[in-house]
Design a protein around this ligand. Sequence first.
Ligand SMILES: [Zn+2]
Ligand SMILES: [Zn+2]
Length: 213
Amino acid sequence: MAKGDDKKWNSEWDSGDGSVFWQKEWRLYLTKLQPCISHPLAWKPRKILRPPKKFEDLFSRYFHRDCLSCSKSPSMPIICLFCGELLCLDECCNTTRYRDSERTMKYTVSEIEAHSEACSSSAGLFISITSSMIIVSRANKAAIWGTVYLDSHKEEDRNLKRGKPLYMCETRLKWLEYDWAEQEWQRVYAWFNMQHQTSFINTIRECHLHHHH
Ligand SMILES: [Zn+2]
Ligand SMILES: [Zn+2]
């Protein structure tokens, strides 16, 4: 693990709303994208931001911060793992779209779907800071991946029920990076259509009760 990475997270990410950090990441992304432009069909996945070593650092930095879309403190806050923006998983930030030009057939788009479209080619990765779980999204579907944070005994603390200090596990992060690069989500056991957002949110709220290995 490169020491510089942690420093980057701690200093730049720490120093405000994360926009400086985001701009740097974005420029880096564009630079990396250049070789792909001659092969427009080659999809180059965005690089996952390195999560802080201590979960507590992530939690304290974001908890009670307002969502940029609804200006409220989210009850189910999630952070984009590519740009670091805080989003709501709740219905408050859903948007309405229309399938037809007469605007008769409307449908709802969740904030994670809209954000992923703009940020990461409709395939999103988020961390839920009230549960410590990673959320994967693909267009209008979302799923729980698992967690990259474990306690000192290498055990998960889903929904932070035991309140033990959690540390980022390098092995789990490598699994996540691999799954993301390959877009292979074999560790995921159920995909939810975000039209049924409430059942997905309830599944996260209860994920400490159902442990899948
Ligand atoms: Zn993002
Ligand atoms: Zn919101």
